[in-house]
Design a binder for this molecule. Structure first.
Ligand code: ZN
Length: 408
């Protein structure tokens, strides 16, 4: 059990935890008691104070939840908890695929359940305190049940097939797994709005009227084929406003939260959508998708190189090698690489945000987008003064001030 992999899978999560605490510490040092000069004209003293309090409450919760999760992982590894679950799964079935599914089912369900108190606290204490939460306890519970249902419907065939490929095809299994995951994600991308969203929200086409006309006008002007504009009842869970695109090709649709028209003028909404159309026109959506397919392939390939080495399962205290224990250990060993890839991904994403903003500058009114971004940042209590190192690690979007600067 105490091989070098055993020590690596203890050191890696601890290091990640410490790095995160250090980045948060840097972020906290950006706080000030008075409104920073750069934010004058964007928010007032009181609003600025509120963003800091909100940030502080969120960071405190994330500290407790990540400390707790780190402790659970370390105890599971040191005390041999994963191999205990492995033994339990083996006592329930003789079928190798079924054993893996039972194993992942138990681990997945348990890790969701032990985190419910944190998400409860987030929703019904923090979000409520700042006037964001509109979710009832009933919705909170049914949301969880529905997400377990989806995990079962999706997890059994996908994980089951991947495990089956492994036992059937040997070292080449990663290619089949890659093809399966790629096809599956294309399918989800296309039918997300029809299959997943209706389980959680009601959506209806945006009513005829001036907002619809303005959006269609702009789409027509920028040669963007758009038939589907929907409104979703986001107000069922939160007062925070949002809008997104989903699908691609003829299936693409714009979805506006019903909270958005309460916060922004019609022209500001068009500006936000113009930014999204910019992402499409500059092919960011396509490239992001291709990039993530390549990364999935890389990860599966690396996994296929080590999956059969007995050291992985041994580090978890198991006697023989097993696919699912190997996958858990690999997941931890892979996380430093995944962090590096995430850095690259965020860097590209921030560049893409500027490019989409530039599209608005060239095709619409940048000052209107600037107004919309300011309003949304203040309304959602976003941290408007993050530390550059924190941004480098975590932000997929540039901070507000940088975007405003470039929009001018
Ligand atoms: Zn964007």
């Amino acid at each position: 059990m105490y091989n070098s992999i055993f020590f690596l899978i203890l050191i890696i999560p601890v290091t990640g935890f410490l790095l995160e605490r250090y980045l948060e510490h840097l972020n906290n040092r950006m706080w000030s008691d008075t409104l920073p000069a750069k934010l004058k004209g964007i928010c007032d003293e009181e609003e600025y104070r509120k963003t800091q309090l909100y940030e502080r409450d969120n960071k405190r919760l994330s500290f407790w939840s990540s400390s707790f999760n780190l402790a659970v992982i370390l105890i599971m590894i040191i005390a041999g908890g994963f191999s205990l679950v492995d033994n339990l799964a083996r006592s329930l079935s003789m079928n190798l695929v079924a054993i893996s599914l039972i194993f992942f089912g138990i681990i997945g369900f348990a890790s969701d359940v032990i985190n419910i108190p944190f998400s409860w606290y987030d929703t019904f204490v923090i979000e409520k305190k700042y006037g964001f939460n509109t979710m009832t306890i009933r919705t909170f519970i049914t949301d969880h049940i529905k997400s377990w249902f989806i995990a079962i419907i999706v997890g059994i065939p996908v994980l089951g097939l991947i495990t089956w490929f492994y036992y059937k095809t040997g070292p080449g299994f990663w290619l089949y797994a890659w093809a399966l995951i790629t096809l599956f994600s294309i399918f989800i991308n296309l039918f997300y709005s029809e299959l997943i969203v209706p389980l959680f929200n009601k959506q209806k086409p945006l009513e005829e009227g001036s907002l619809r006309d303005k959006i269609k006008d702009f789409a027509a002007k920028s040669v963007f084929k758009l038939k589907n504009i929907y409104v979703i009842d986001g107000s069922k869970r939160s007062t925070k406003a949002n809008a997104y695109f989903s699908g691609f090709g003829p299936k693409k649709r714009i979805v506006l939260y019903d909270t958005l028209p309460k916060e922004l003028t019609e022209e500001e909404i068009v500006a936000v959508l113009a930014h999204e159309i910019g992402h499409y026109r500059k092919k960011h959506v396509l490239f992001t998708l291709l990039f993530s397919f390549l990364l999935t392939g890389l990860m599966l390939f690396l996994f296929s190189l080590v999956v059969d080495s007995p050291g992985l399962s041994k580090a978890m205290g198991a006697e023989g090698p097993s696919f699912h224990l190997g996958l858990i250990v690999f997941g931890i060993l892979y996380s430093p690489l995944s962090l590096l890839i995430g850095l690259g991904f965020n860097y590209i994403s921030r560049k893409n945000e500027f490019a989409a903003d530039k599209f608005v500058r060239q095709n619409f009114k940048p000052e209107i987008l600037a107004d919309a971004l300011k309003k949304l940042s203040v309304k959602n209590l976003s941290n408007m003064m993050p530390h550059p190192a924190y941004v480098f690690f975590h932000y997929s979007h540039p901070p507000l001030l940088q975007r405003l600067e470039k929009l001018e």
